[in-house]
Design a protein around this ligand. Sequence first.
Ligand code: ATP
Length: 294
Amino acid sequence: WLRGSSSLTVVMTSLPEVLAGLAAGERAAKLFQERPAVSDLPKAPALAVARGGITFEQVSFAYPGRQSHLVLDGFDLTIAPGRSVALVGPSGAGKSTVTQLLLRLFDPAEGRVTIDGQNLREVTQASVRAAVGVVFQESVLVSGSLARNLRLAQPTATDQDIEAALEAANAWGFVRTWEDGIHTELGERGVLLSGGQRQRLAIARVMLKDPPIVVLDEATSALDAGSERLVLDALDRLLSGRTSLVIAHRIATIRHCDQIVVMERGRVADAGTHASLLQSSTTYRSYCREQSVA
Ligand code: ATP
């Protein structure tokens, strides 16, 4: 949970991004490394998202080829529409796996995952992925201009839409100082970005997609205080009013979530608010202690 990592931030919201993600860091690769292990039922309808409520009901799951290892084991979770839940827990507890099932990269072996009451197994994968924006730890920025990168999330976005998303993500302040603005080349042949700038561009990408549901795998890299504040502030704005599932590494982010779920060995070990878990959960208390020391 508190492991250090080189984290930049990735947003992957469509197939080109998923493919780009394969070249990204280990964690991004982990999420999308396999061909989708699910297929749509004949004539499966698209997911219809009204308010974005999420449930995991007694979900058990093992990865293909590792059937004997139940990564999720009777996992339950309810996220009311517009609310945010933080998942914390030791490495290997199953946090990323929960996000993979929410994106319908896999179907559970038992139990069900629903969005607005619809079993994800019964709707198309593409419609599930369209409803969920992912902000990831490692950043995948493909070669080309910033505008091209952002349009991966929303091909029809106008330059004005892009500026508005950058503004909301606290990124317009630095982008506007570039001579070519949003048409500036990124990557090896273009501008070099700091970790905090990459994270804000990643947030802008999801802002542009404007999904009802957001999954955030929070970056763990240390940012300077100014950048940290701008990133957290942009995240606040992104999560506000959207249903969100956050794999949280910073106490500052965790505290903002409506509910915190402590996972251990594929199950819910405890759940509550920051204040209540400080009372009830030794695991949570020790995380908080470790973090303030770190
Ligand atoms: P971390 O904080 O280290 O990322 P986590 O809580 O997110 O951990 P998961 O990544 O969900 O945990 O992993 C739970 C278990 O599933 C681990 O034992 C892991 O090795 C295994 N696992 C994860 N992804 C795969 C995969 N694609 N194929 C096979 N096993 C996997």
